[in-house]
Write a protein that binds this ligand. Structure first.
Ligand code: MSP
Length: 673
């Protein structure tokens, strides 16, 4: 570690242990981890906090459904969360569970302080009440005016509850947004929050009597503290506030709370108001990131489209997954997850660009220099540009990381990776090796490549530290820890013994991997379906509730028709839409609803399976032109491979039910843009 640059306290949200975490949850934690490691590398005294948010009615209900106590339920899930972070080499300094005694007693002390100050009062909570579920709902949460959990009618009711005087802090909250433009980013979220506060803040209900899985209100044990006061305070109870303040004095206020976009309001309005009530400084920054979407919407268990990070790590390794998450998505925006995009990133950037650079360089140093890295030597034509990019990369990475642009930080590193690969082609060491007269130049080229790899290993270490060590092992630097300042210096190497190892990222057969992932996915979906029907049997309508909630969330997130979220042009551009003509069509041998088409795509014939057998006879479809999603991962439908998807309009104009064909008059194979 270099000189101490100061304190850096970074947090993730604390996750609900209602189910195992999916890849969307790992996204935020991977970013926080990369930032924590990066700041440590720069010499900051870093504290990185994560944890789990374990109380509340939802957890209580799930535990009941599983016939275990809430504590036993969360203990099991939290064990899995900790295992996941261990597998993913997440370098947190503390993991807080809201059921831990240290948190419970501190939340009670915080409640008491706010109450003594006059910021908490007893009132009545009004809402729509479902008697069988013993649950209060807001109008917004209802589905068709009924209980979102069981679908039964609800009635207006009220219960005694404690309230926090959020309205008292309205002006100061607004002032904070206006005075500190960086307090909340991205800008769009900031504007949303400002207009939310300007419409007026209502006092916040912070206790419940209708369930008991929570922290008892210290002055009235009939009530439990309602989940957001319990949850948000984790950021300071984990530092010992209010009774053991050594860590608190050192690390508070937090430099950054990283949170998903839907909980920005809690972190940028409610949390600051609570801190104001406690006379404590506010966090310096709240950063709201976007969601990873799948199939045009949020991942959800009920849809069976949840991506399990463990399965991807088992197949591709932790670093490949971390790289993909950090490189592919733009902070603050939603991004679409597909297996194909992930596999291409892994293949192109990791196996091809970085993997090849390492294996080529080490192999050449073994071949031309008996495995010993030569010292700096004779300079030649392309050296200047390579060196300039190499020593300048660290500053560029720092600049991007300051703006939380993880993808751009990695891109800066890959500028060097690609430049170094090009340098090999330009200098053609295999030609230099033919003449003894060129030996000095050949050695210099080998030195420059080893230097580039040394710098790359330092630069990637916050993002993929295991890969960084593997590269360092191969270039003979196994026993030296990477030091960030050394990334801006060239010509440090000479005399190290290189050691060829396995390829750091093996090349993937994308077609094969897509099929394997689809199979894994199907297995998960099947097991979810089995669980889902068990839940239904228990009289629950969670799937309907989830679907309705998603539509609402998508609409809130700026969604369009069908409740699908708005997408960026780049997302649209990922689709390869092409015209084809149906050459022949047969009934699917095993499924009544499916037809199997052979489609002339101009340069090839594709077999595509579609679920329209109830609307068309096979012979009716022959000769029709169709639009095909040509880059959809192939998948088997009841045993028959479908290599794409035909698009139909979902309403016909001939009075019949079903789907309509939508094109004619185009050249087969032409793109639909
Ligand atoms: N327990 C609260 C947070 C309290 S913080 C004091 C909570 N938990 S959560 O488990 O539902 O969500 C935790 C975080 O995961 C949120 O920031 C949320 O945005 C994030 N994500 C959940 N699904 C996600 C994606 N599909 N993509 C990206 N992030 C996602 O809210």
């Amino acid at each position: 570690m270099s000189e101490n640059k100061g304190i850096y306290y970074i947090t993730t949200p604390i996750y609900y242990p209602s189910d195992n975490l999916h890849i969307g949850h790992t996204y935020c934690t991977v970013m926080a981890d990369a930032m924590a490691r990066f700041k440590r590398a720069l010499g900051y005294d870093v504290r990185f906090l994560t944890g789990t948010d374990e109380h509340g009615q939802k957890i209580q209900k799930i535990a009941e459904e599983n016939h275990v106590t809430p504590q036993a339920y969360v203990d099991k899930i939290v064990g899995g969360v900790k295992d996941l972070w261990k597998t993913m080499e997440i370098s947190y300094d503390d993991f807080i569970r809201t059921t831990e005694p240290r948190h419970v007693k501190r939340v009670q002390a915080i409640f008491k302080k706010m109450y003594d100050k006059g910021d908490i009062y007893l009132g009545r909570y009004e809402g729509m009440y479902c008697t069988p579920c013993e649950s209060f709902w807001t109008e917004n949460q209802l589905v068709d005016g009924k209980c979102p959990d069981c679908g039964r009618p609800v009635e207006k009711a009220s219960e005694e509850a404690y309230f926090f005087r959020l309205s008292k802090y309205q002006d100061r909250i607004l002032e904070n947004f206006k005075k500190n433009p960086d307090f909340l980013q991205p800008e769009t979220r900031r504007n949303e929050m400002i207009s939310f506060v300007e419409q007026g803040l209502e006092d916040l209900c912070i206790s419940r009597t209708s369930f008991d899985w929570g922290i008892p209100v210290p002055i009235n044990e009939k009530h439990v503290i309602y989940v957001w006061l319990d949850a948000l305070t984790n950021y300071i109870t984990a530092l010992g506030y209010p009774d053991d303040t050594a860590l608190f004095d050192k690390y508070w206020p937090a430099n950054v709370h990283l949170v998903g976009k839907e909980i920005v309001r809690f972190h940028s309005i409610i949390w600051p108001a609570m801190l104001m009530s406690l006379d404590l400084p506010l966090p310096k920054q709240v950063l709201g990131h976007g969601w990873l979407l799948i199939d045009g919407g949020k991942m959800s268990k009920s849809k069976g489209n949840v991506v399990d990070p463990v399965k991807l790590i088992d197949r591709y390794g932790v670093d490949a997954l971390k790289y993909f998450l950090l490189r592919e998505y733009t902070f603050g925006q939603d991004g679409v997850f597909t297996n194909e995009v992930m596999l291409k990133r892994m293949n192109y950037d990791l196996a091809n660009d970085l993997g090849n650079l390492v294996s080529r360089t080490v192999a050449m140093i073994e071949k031309y220099d008996q495995g010993i890295v030569p010292p700096a030597g004779e300079t030649g034509e392309h050296d200047g540009e390579l060196k300039e990019i190499a020593v300048g990369a660290a500053a560029k990475v720092e600049e991007q990381m300051d703006a939380f642009k993880f993808n751009m930080a990695l891109e800066e590193i890959w500028v060097l990776v690609r430049r170094a690969n090009k340098y090999i082609d330009e200098t053609a060491p295999w030609v230099l090796a033919k003449s003894e007269a060129d030996k000095a130049r050949l050695d210099a080229v080998m030195h420059n490549l080893a230097e580039s790899l040394r710098i790359i290993s330092i630069l990637i270490s916050p993002f993929m530290h295991t890969t960084a060590s593997r590269i360092r092992g191969q270039i003979g630097l196994a026993d030296q820890e990477p030091a960030w300042k050394d990334a801006s210096v060239f010509d440090m190497m000479g005399g190290e013994k290189v050691k060829k190892g396995d390829p750091i990222f093996p090349r993937l057969d994308i077609k094969k991997e897509l099929a394997a992932l689809e199979k894994l996915h199907q297995e998960t979906a099947d097991s979810v379906a089995v669980k889902g029907s068990a839940r239904k049997a228990a009289g629950k309508k969670n799937a309907a509730k989830d679907a309705a909630k998603e539509l609402k969330e998508a609409a809130q997130a700026g969604g369009g028709q069908n409740g699908k979220p708005q997408i960026a042009y780049e997302d649209f551009a990922k689709l390869d839409l092409r015209v084809g003509t149906i050459l022949s069509c047969e009934k699917h041998p095993k499924a009544d609803k499916l037809l199997v088409f052979q489609v002339d795509m101009g340069t090839e014939t594709r077999q595509i399976v579609s679920g329209i057998a109830q609307y068309y006879k096979p012979e009716e479809t022959v000769g029709k032109q169709v639009v095909v999603v040509a880059n959809l991962a192939p998948r088997k439908l009841r045993g028959v491979e479908s290599q794409g998807m035909i698009l139909f309009a979902d309403k016909r104009n001939d009075g019949r039910d079903g789907y309509a064909f939508v094109t004619s008059g185009a050249v087969n194979g032409s793109a639909v843009e």
